[in-house]
Structure formats: structure tokens, C-alpha cells
Design a protein around this ligand. Structure first.
Ligand code: UDP
Ligand code: MG
Length: 320
């Protein structure tokens, strides 16, 4: 069954984006008008800017756009909360008025021509449509290597994320209602959406160059983001410690045997065997114990998050 024409909100977190906002807004307004004309979205559709505590003219620009056009709206945050929190604020606000929300960066790096495809996927049943970069030709080699390494490492660490998908995605109100139940403070949205479930699909697009302004994600911020993603979504690092401890303990048994043999052959100085064995055995056991404690901390940590244990997609015939 195809869904009815939805109201679309495009959510854009902005942090010091005065250089790109006028152009982005112009292009998006044209896009929205086209989509309304072709009856893909309703007339109530809008662009919702979230100003993440910018210190330049971003806020004034958003005010201007909203005054001039009913297609633009803004949410202003009280200070700089960071990309993920700004995005969340926008998504939750947009959900009150829209059937579907598309999130994207302010810099037009995400190709706005796939919006139409995303809407088609939605109307064919998907509740989440992930925008995935088909190539990274336009990125510098450094960004490409670090960014792709980031996805691979996250996967290795047990975080279920979509390869080469950032925050360009369509989500339905149903999904956003579920998102609201995730109360975590350390937000890593691209890890949460696959957890929420529902029918999803992907659209591919070519990542463009940032046409003006500088990236707000320098290397340190990206590393920080990656570590936050791993530590908020996986207890694998703790388990690695436990496994390592176990291996060292096993190894120490071998070393114990070896040093006894060497001792019996009389090839050692006094006291050597005892010291070597103690070091290895204690080292191994300590690491193992740390790992076991870690397992418990891991449990506390996931309990403390008190994430919802299930999400209901649909209820049929609950009323007679
Ligand atoms: N952003 C934000 N708050 C921040 C940092 C970034 O709202 O503290 C926004 C920024 O304005 C942009 C998006 O997040 O719309 C992604 O940032 P950017 O394009 O600089 O990241 P990159 O594409 O280089 O990874
Ligand atoms: Mg960008």
C-alpha cells in the first residue's frame, strides 16, 4: 500500500555557516517547490535550520529567511551543543509537524537531487532511507582514508553502522517517535538508527566538495567522535581486555614450564625463575581480572542507559 503524500521537513544543523547558507537555502527552496509541484510532498513542507550557537551571522540569516519565506523555519540552541545534539533537536522539533524528515549538512555536500528518490523509497514502504556515498573522489586523500578507516574500525569494534553513511537520511515520524525513547547523553545518531529497526533502504549519491567555508570536523574532533561512537555502542573493548588477560595467563603457564626446565638445567642465576614466573602470572591474572570487572561495568553501563527494550512497529486490530 502506498502512503499518502507526506509533509517533508528538511533539518539542517548550522554552526558558523554564513558563507554557505544563502546558496543552500536558495537551492533547497527551488527543490521543495519542484517537489510540491510534482505532488511528492505537501505544501506545508519546510526547511528547518538549527542554529547550534553560531558566533557569526548564521542566526540573523535564518531569521531573515524565515521572515521572507514561509518555507523556512529555525530552531536556535542556547549554545554550541555539537552537530549530533543540534541534529537531534531539529529532528524532534520537526517530528511535531512533519511526516518525514530529511537531515543534511548545511554545506550542500549531500546531493539534494536524491531527495526525490528517498521520498519514493518512503512511499514504497521504507521508514528509514540511508544516503550512502558512492565515491569519495571529491574528498582529499586524507579525509578519504581517515573517514573510511573510521567506518571499518567501528564495524570491527562491534558497532552496527552503515558503511559510508553519515547523517544524510530520511526518517519517518514513526522512527523519530522511537528515537525519542533513547535517552543517551553521548549521542551517536548513525549508530542508533540501525538499532531502531523498521524497514529501511539506501540511496547512493556522489559526495560533493564543500563549496564554501571550512569543515567543522578537524581530525581531533573526528577521533573524538569515533571513540564516542565505539564507547557508546559496544563493550567489545572490555571483552578484548578479558581475552588478552586470559591469553597472557595461558602464556605464563608456558613460561613457567620453560623457566623450570632452564632452572633444572642449571642455566640461570639465583631467583630468576621465581621473578619471571611471578611477573607473567600476576600480569596475566591482573589483566584477566580487570577484564572481568570490565564485563560488569559494561553491564552497568548499558543498564544505566535504560534504552527501550523493544519498539512496536504496528498494532493490528487492537480495537474491535
Ligand atoms: N555542525 C554543527 N555544530 C557543530 C559542528 C558542525 O551544527 O558543532 C554542523 C555544520 O554546520 C554542518 C554539519 O554539522 O552543517 C557537518 O559539519 P561539516 O560539514 O563541517 O563536517 P564534514 O562534512 O566536514 O564532516
Ligand atoms: Mg560537510
Amino acid at each position: 500500500m502506498r502512503k499518502p503524500t507526506p509533509t517533508l521537513y528538511i533539518v539542517i544543523p548550522c554552526y558558523n555557516e554564513e558563507e554557505v547558507l544563502p546558496e543552500t537555502t536558495k537551492q533547497l527552496k527551488v527543490k521543495i517547490s519542484q517537489l510540491i509541484r510534482s505532488k511528492k510532498i505537501t505544501k506545508a513542507s519546510k526547511i528547518l535550520f538549527v542554529d547550534d550557537g553560531s558566533s557569526d551571522q548564521t542566526r540573523q540569516l535564518i531569521r531573515q529567511f524565515s521572515k521572507r519565506s514561509s518555507r523556512c523555519a529555525g530552531v536556535f540552541l542556547s549554545r554550541n551543543y555539537g552537530h549530533q545534539n543540534a541534529l537531534l533537536a531539529g529532528l524532534i522539533e520537526a517530528k511535531n509537524h512533519a511526516d518525514v524528515v530529511i537531515s543534511m549538512d548545511a554545506d550542500l555536500q549531500d546531493d539534494i537531487n536524491v531527495i526525490c528518490q528517498m521520498l519514493t523509497e518512503y512511499r514504497n514502504g521504507s521508514e528509514i532511507v540511508y544516503g550512502v556515498r558512492s565515491t569519495r573522489k571529491k574528498d582529499t586523500w586524507f579525509k578519504r582514508i581517515t573517514a573510511e578507516g573510521f567506518y571499518k574500525f567501528m564495524r570491527l569494534m562491534g558497532v552496527d553502522i552503515i558503511f559510508n553513511h553519515a547523517d544524510y537520511r530520511l526518517t519517518s515520524r514513526k522512527v523519530l517517535n522511537e528515537l525519542e525513547k533513547y535517552h543517551e547523553v553521548n549521542l551517536f545518531l548513525r549508530g542508533i538508527f540501525p538499532l531502531i529497526g523498521f524497514q529501511s533502504s539506501t540511496v547512493y549519491y556522489e559526495r560533493q566538495e564543500r563549496f564554501a567555508g571550512k569543515s567543522k570536523y578537524p581530525l581531533m574532533k573526528m577521533l573524538n567522535f569515533a571513540w564516542n561512537g565505539i564507547s557508546s555502542f559496544s563493550v567489545k573493548p572490555l571483552r578484548i581486555i578479558a581475552v588478552l588477560g586470559f591469553l597472557i595467563t595461558v602464556l605464563s603457564t608456558g613460561i613457567l614450564l620453560y623457566s623450570i626446565i632452564v632452572n633444572m638445567l642449571g642455566q640461570t642465576v639465583e631467583g630468576w625463575t621465581f621473578i619471571v614466573c611471578s611477573i607473567w602470572l600476576m600480569g596475566g591474572m591482573q589483566t584477566l581480572f580487570l577484564g572481568i570487572i570490565g564485563e560488569y561495568i559494561g553491564k552497568i553501563y548499558s543498564e544505566a542507559k535504560s534504552r527501550p527494550r523493544y519498539s512496536i512497529a504496528e498494532i493490528i486490530n487492537d480495537k474491535s
